[in-house]
Design a protein. Structure first.
Length: 430
């Protein structure tokens, strides 16, 4: 009866952790078992080929992306290129078709290089770092010390020096580490990603330090493929008009596939072409999409901008760093302890999700306060390169709705740039 009541009070574990428990934790005769890192991964990623490929949780969108690329090429090869093969002498028509097919394969390869690799995930800490007296020095604000009365705790931010500029980095409550500069926690993949640009639903993966180059090559190559098909469809229409001495409308009636592809590639070229131009601007100024929308470096100094030429070299000609995670490495431990860890993590994540859902207004208010802080910093010339809070802390295991130390930490962080009256208002609201 007691066990039944406990089961009723428990929060159901998430699908990802249930998958780990059911498929990865198998009963064995020995007391210890060997697991792979990817089998016990706490993020929302999906692994294939025994951990060799890592995707985001929305990996199914890849099927739609591949279809949107391959379908028009198949139509072009089956209906439009046949007339071009007959119209162009010396096998030029066959060359046009071959280039289109090879270029499509190149685009698909770039897509999977972007989607199926580690974008630059920062490994999580098993335990939060221990606060040390005098460790943070001047990086701890006076507001933080005043609000906590000298209590030993981790400050929400600390300062680092980047190219002669002071940059604030934040502490990630989920990964239990201070994020490196330009790092942000992706709420979709539930990972801290180095040089986080954005999470792209079309490729089903975060775009970060290790796959940004391939992402830009994929977007720009897709633009060129659209323009290639668009141009030769017009050539086909022109050939029809010359052969039948008809107007444009009758030419479209004789080759409706050409008309459909002209319209489709025109719209697609505007979309991916706009992304290409935007990311060219970001590369020239050494920004990420996240930084551009959040910090507006055009209004203040960008500490990462080293000039257009050096920025291009950094993106396209620098060595891609190795992954900081060994997903296929074996982890040995007691089966029961691993099972309990997975189950407790599942309950903890689900409780956090419920708290986030119930406290959505508080989260929105927090984002508004941080955006206001960013705007005030831009006016005063203060560089702020932190990242937004994604999750509530998991250090407090009591599910109550009183003003916990975690909320006080968040309120103190918002109050760092304001006077005492503003901080009192924030504490009153929380």
């Amino acid at each position: 009866m007691k066990m039944k009541m406990m089961r009723n009070n428990e929060v159901p574990s998430s699908d990802s952790n249930r998958h780990i428990i059911e498929h990865d934790v198998e009963p064995s005769s020995s007391s210890s078992s060997s697991f792979r890192v990817y089998q016990l991964w706490k993020g929302s990623n999906i692994f294939l080929l025994n951990g060799r490929l890592i995707f985001g949780p929305d990996v199914r969108s890849l099927f739609l992306t591949v279809f949107l690329i391959v379908a028009p090429v198949i139509l072009f090869s089956a209906f439009v290129s046949q007339r071009l093969i007959l119209e162009f002498p010396h096998n030029l028509g066959n060359l046009i078709l071959a280039i289109c097919i090879l270029f499509t394969l190149y685009v698909i390869i770039l897509l999977f290089l972007t989607s199926g690799r580690d974008p630059g995930i920062i490994p999580r800490n098993q335990h939060p770092p221990e606060p040390e007296e005098g460790r943070y020095g001047s990086s701890v604000s006076s507001d933080w010390a005043a609000n906590h009365d000298g209590a030993p705790s981790l400050p929400p931010t600390k300062d680092v020096m980047i190219n002669g500029h002071i940059v604030k980095v934040k502490y990630c409550q989920t990964c239990m580490l201070y994020r490196p500069p330009r790092c942000s926690h992706c709420s979709i993949c539930n990972n801290c990603v180095e040089r986080f640009d954005h999470h792209c639903p079309w490729v089903g993966q975060c775009i970060g330090k290790r796959n940004y180059r391939f992402f830009f090559m994929f977007v720009s190559s897709t633009t060129l493929l659209c323009l290639y098909v668009f141009g030769f469809c017009w050539v086909n229409i022109r050939k029809i008009m010359d052969a039948y001495h008809c107007n444009l409308w009758r030419a479209f009636m004789k080759s409706p596939v050409s008309g459909i592809l002209i319209f489709y590639t025109f719209v697609a070229a505007w979309f991916v072409g706009g992304l290409t131009v935007f990311h060219l601007y970001l590369i020239c100024t050494n920004q990420t999409t996240y930084e551009n929308f959040r910090y507006r470096y055009d209004r203040k100094t960008n500490p990462y901008n080293r000039g257009c030429a050096c920025n291009f070299v950094e993106i396209f000609f620098s060595k891609i760093p190795r992954s900081k995670n060994k997903f296929r490495a074996k982890v040995k431990g007691e089966s029961s302890s691993v099972l309990n860890t997975s189950m407790s993590f599942g309950h903890e994540m689900d409780r956090t999700s419920i708290e986030m859902e119930m406290g959505k207004r508080h989260a929105v208010a927090a984002e508004d306060f941080e955006d206001l802080q960013s705007q005030m910093d831009s006016v005063g010339g203060l560089e702020r390169c932190g990242t937004e809070p994604r999750h509530h802390t998991t250090w407090d295991h009591k599910a109550n709705w009183e003003i916990t130390p975690d909320i006080q930490m968040l309120a103190a962080e918002f109050g760092m740039g304001y006077g005492s009256t503003d901080r009192q208002k924030i504490h009153g609201r929380l």
